[in-house]
Structure formats: structure tokens, C-alpha cells
Design a binder for this molecule. Structure first.
Ligand code: NAD
Length: 497
């Protein structure tokens, strides 16, 4: 079967990249399964996309928000109809198991409906003026052309978190999907177009980060940039945007801790640990990569967690019986190997896993064994740095205060979890854990779209996706004063008499 060629979407037209180059999107579970051939774009392609988006903005910003929202609502319905097809495409390009890719599409559906509702809200404020016969209000204005750069681990959900709020607010968009997972962005935008999105409102430029991502950030026509990815790239994106005074939302890495107290329901905590550490093959920004164990339950928990990790069925995510898919590419496998070596050198004790799975059914993919390290100390690199693979570190503590100190002792601050039946500890955890998200008696993964999503410290730069925080990023506030006194009234000077 010949490989399907996908082109960039610019101004409603499907066009090849001006570079003349393409790249292949290959199934990480099966190197013989080529998902598609995509454009390897450069700065000229980005420039054309930005110009198309700027042209489309002239009419899109004047389209009433409830009408823009109706397109999102229809998009939600179309995605619902195509959920299974798009989930299968996503498993092929990204590797995670079908139940999770169905969840990824569902997250886009939830975001579509949630943001569709905003079309009839987008509330501003009215407030009294200090002067007579004068009216004051604030209104949300669209920003203009928004540039978006996405990672590969949530190939449809994350683009939907960016596109849907931007669109309902009246912006037009240029999006660059991750080079490992462009198809899911195509599917998402196809649903938008089938729902009636006008040409040029969303433009897709595929390609590698330095070639196709960097020009989006630096282009003078792009008024705001939304980036999700590693802290290393996020730092460069943020610096370029700052040099041009461009609003820039950065959602980056995590090193998320689950604290298990001695009074916790251990069965529940184990279920949470397995899902948090090995769901999406550990490749979630919110993955549970550190499990902090009260010393009284540490031995039992470790034994049971290792047994659960060993029992996980690893394989091609298209097989409904498989519980954990491959890593996204060979580079991520190398990273997992590297960190396992570092952990062993630092004195952590490998409990299980620690190596790629290569024989038999695994020989065509990028598989890594579910891995557990015991006797990890908080300062070790394996406890400090993001691995982004199925590798979890177990750290013992003596009391609640020590657990919070360890949990907070990292450069990241995305997600945290506490397992305890003590309500006092639960409230202290909600207050004291330095993170954008805290779960009580649930794992570090599982965000819902109508709540703010993002982190503190080196995880983010203060913006939020999801919830109304997204509206704050994709709009600017305009204050409007209407003076109907028919005379000059000077604020702070005239008394209004
Ligand atoms: P990455 O930083 O390598 O790539 C992210 C995107 O940036 C890709 O589209 C890539 O092509 C692009 N890019 C690379 N170099 C660029 C450059 N110089 N200029 C502009 N764009 C460039 O990250 P990844 O490997 O795709 O994703 C994994 C990372 O993303 C992890 O660190 C994970 O924690 C993080 N992540 C964070 C969140 C969150 O919301 N906090 C969500 C998902 C993933």
C-alpha cells in the first residue's frame, strides 16, 4: 500500500512545503507500519500561513462569538461520531493503548463543548464610573494570529486545548504539531472544517522544531505563542517571545510525586501508582515518577508494586489486551536507558525492569520494561530529572512534613497526589504542596478540561490551559468609557459636582 501524503493547510488550501522536503510518521510499535508522509516545512511556509491567518482574522474577529461557538459545538459532535477512527489513528502514530487514545479524543470533545458554552459568556465587567453620566465596562478582545506548538504525548487533546479557546475568542491560528504525531492534528482540524470553520482561520504547518516551530515564535505577525513541551525548548521559546514582548504560554515538564501515608488505603494507592506511573508508558507531563512511601508501609507497597509492574501486558496499543504501549521513539528509549544507568550508579536499587524489550513481538518497536527503582534518595538525579518513560522511583520518608519537603524539593511543580484517610493531612497537602494540581486519594494524572491546567516553578510561566484561564490567555482586556454628559469631565480632577 502506498503511503498517504499529507500537505500543509494554508488559507484553506492543501499545499506542499516550499522546502520540497517531507518526513515519515511511523508507528512506534511497528516500524513497518508507516502512518503517513508529512511536509517538512520551513520559515517560508510559516510566513505564508501567518499571512493567511492574518487575512482570515479580518472577518473571523467580527463573527459573533455565539456563531463561532456553534462551529465548536458541531466539531464536538463530529469528533464524537469519529471517536473510534481517530483513536485508532492516534494509537498507530503515538503508541498509547486504545482506551487512552479514546480518552484523548474525548478530551477534545469535552473541550469543544466547554468552549462552545463560552461563546455565550466571555464575560466582561460593568462598573460604576467615578464621574456623573459616564459608563464604564471591560470587554475581552481577541489577540489576533496565535502561534501554537504542540508535543506528541496528547496529540489531539493538547491541540484542542489551544485551538478551541483561541477560536471562540475570535483569534486565528497557525499550529505546528509534534513531528512524531501530526496526523491527530489533521484529524482535529478536519473535524473543525467539516463543522464549517472558514478557510484560513486554522492553518497547519508540519515539520521539525527548529525549522518550523522557531519561525512561528519569531514571526512579527504572530501576536501570541502557546507552547507545550520540554523545559529546555520552552526556555528558548520564552526568550524569543520575550524579546518581542509577545505573550507566551509555556506548559513544560514535571517530576510528579505521589505521597502514600501509613493510614492510606493501600489497594487504592497501588491502583493509582500503576496507572500514574505506567499509563501512557510514563510519557505524561503529569506522570507519577516519584512515589513517596511512609517507612511503615514501604516494604509491603514495594513488593506489591513490583508484582503489578511485572504483570503488565506490554505491546502494540491496537491490541485491546495490551495495558502499556511503546515509547514514542528510539531517542526516548535511549533516555530511559541513560537514566536507569545513572540511577544504578547513584546507588538506587533496581527492583524490576530497567531495560528495553527487544525480542520476539517487540523487535519492530520501541518498547521498555515497566521499571521500579527502590532506595532512591531525594537528591539523586533519578528523583530530580524528568525521564518521560515507564520508570518510577520509590523514596521513603518518616513523617508528613518530610514527605512534603521531598515532594517540593524539585525544580518542577505540575502535579502531586496524597493518599491518606486523615482529613487534616489532606488539607495541609492541598495548601503546602507546590504544584499546579493536587489530587487527594487519586493519582497524579486525570485532569478535567474545565479546571485550570498548568504548573509552578520550571513547569510553567504562570498561564493556564483549560478552564477560564485559557480565555485570559487568548483575549486582552479593553476598558471602555462612554461619557454621555456632553462636557469634558476629567478623571481624578473634576469632582463630578
Ligand atoms: P519538545 O520540547 O521536544 O517538543 C515540543 C514541540 O516543540 C514539538 O512540536 C517540537 O517540534 C517543538 N520544538 C522543538 N524545538 C523547537 C524550537 N527550537 N523552537 C520551536 N519549537 C520547537 O517536547 P516533546 O518531547 O514533544 O514533549 C515532551 C515534553 O513535553 C515533556 O517535557 C513533557 O513534560 C512536556 N509536556 C508538558 C505538558 C504540560 O502541559 N505541562 C503536557 C504535555 C507534555
Amino acid at each position: 500500500m502506498s503511503t498517504k501524503l499529507y500537505k500543509n493547510l494554508i488559507g484553506g488550501e492543501w499545499v506542499t512545503a516550499r522546502t520540497g522536503k517531507t518526513f515519515l510518521n511511523v508507528n512506534p510499535a511497528d516500524s513497518e507500519d508507516v502512518v503517513g508522509e508529512f511536509q517538512s516545512s520551513g520559515a517560508d511556509d510559516v510566513d505564508a500561513a501567518v499571512k493567511a491567518a492574518a487575512e482570515a482574522w479580518k472577518t473571523w474577529r467580527l463573527t459573533p462569538a455565539p456563531k463561532r461557538a456553534e462551529i465548536l459545538y458541531r466539531t464536538g459532535e463530529i469528533l464524537t461520531e469519529r471517536k473510534e477512527e481517530y483513536a485508532r489513528d492516534m494509537t498507530r502514530e503515538m503508541g498509547k493503548v486504545l482506551s487512552e487514545t479514546r480518552g484523548d479524543v474525548q478530551e477534545a470533545i469535552d473541550t469543544a463543548y466547554y468552549m462552545a458554552g463560552e461563546g455565550r459568556r466571555l464575560f466582561g465587567q460593568t462598573t460604576p464610573s467615578e464621574l456623573k453620566n459616564k459608563f464604564a465596562m471591560s470587554v475581552r478582545m481577541p489577540v489576533g494570529v496565535c502561534g501554537m506548538i504542540a508535543p506528541w504525548n496528547f496529540p489531539m487533546a493538547i491541540p484542542s486545548w489551544k485551538l478551541f479557546p483561541a477560536l471562540v475568542c475570535g483569534n486565528t491560528c497557525v499550529i505546528k504539531p509534534a513531528e512524531d504525531t501530526p496526523l491527530s492534528t489533521f484529524n482535529l482540524v478536519q473535524a473543525l472544517m467539516d463543522a464549517g470553520l472558514p478557510e484560513g482561520v486554522v492553518n497547519i504547518v508540519t515539520g521539525y522544531g527548529p525549522d518550523a516551530g522557531a519561525p512561528i515564535v519569531s514571526h512579527p505577525g504572530v501576536r501570541a505563542v502557546s507552547f507545550t513541551g520540554s523545559s529546555e525548548v520552552g526556555r528558548m521559546v520564552g526568550q524569543t517571545a520575550a524579546a518581542n514582548f509577545k505573550p507566551c504560554s509555556l506548559e513544560m515538564g514535571g517530576k510528579n510525586a505521589m505521597i502514600v501515608m501509613d493510614d492510606a488505603n493501600l489497594d487504592l494507592a497501588l491502583d493509582g501508582a500503576v496507572w500514574g506511573a505506567f499509563g501512557t508508558t510514563g510519557q505524561r507531563c503529569t506522570a507519577t515518577s516519584r512515589i513517596l512511601l511512609h517507612k511503615k508501609i514501604a516494604a509491603e507497597f514495594t513488593k506489591r508494586l513490583v508484582a503489578r509492574a511485572d504483570a503488565l501486558k506490554v505491546g502494540n496499543g491496537l491490541d485491546e489486551h495490551v495495558q502499556m504501549g511503546p515509547q514514542i521513539n528510539q531517542q526516548q528509549i535511549e533516555t530511559s536507558i541513560k537514566y536507569c544507568e545513572i540511577a544504578k550508579k547513584e546507588g538506587a536499587k533496581l527492583q524490576t525492569g530497567g531495560a528495553p524489550l527487544e525480542d520476539g513481538v517487540y523487535d519492530k518497536g520501541h518498547f521498555f520494561a515497566p521499571t521500579v527503582f527502590g532506595q532512591v534518595k531525594p537528591a539523586m538525579r533519578i528523583a530530580q530529572e524528568e525521564v518521560f518513560g515507564p520508570v518510577v522511583s520509590l523514596i521513603e520518608f518518616a513523617d508528613f512534613d518530610e514527605a512534603v519537603e521531598i515532594a517540593n524539593g524539585i525544580q518542577y511543580g505540575l502535579s502531586t497526589a496524597l493518599y491518606s484517610r486523615d482529613v487534616n493531612q489532606a488539607f495541609r497537602a492541598m495548601r503546602d504542596l507546590e504544584a499546579g494540581i493536587t489530587y487527594v486519594n487519586a493519582p497524579t494524572i486525570g485532569a478535567e478540561v474545565h479546571l485550570p491546567f498548568g504548573g509552578v516553578k520550571q513547569t510553567g510561566n504562570g498561564h493556564r490551559e483549560g478552564g477560564t484561564g485559557a480565555l485570559d490567555f487568548y483575549t486582552t482586556w479593553k476598558s471602555v468609557y462612554v461619557d454621555y454628559s456632553d462636557k469634558l469631565q476629567r478623571a481624578q480632577i473634576d469632582t463630578g459636582e
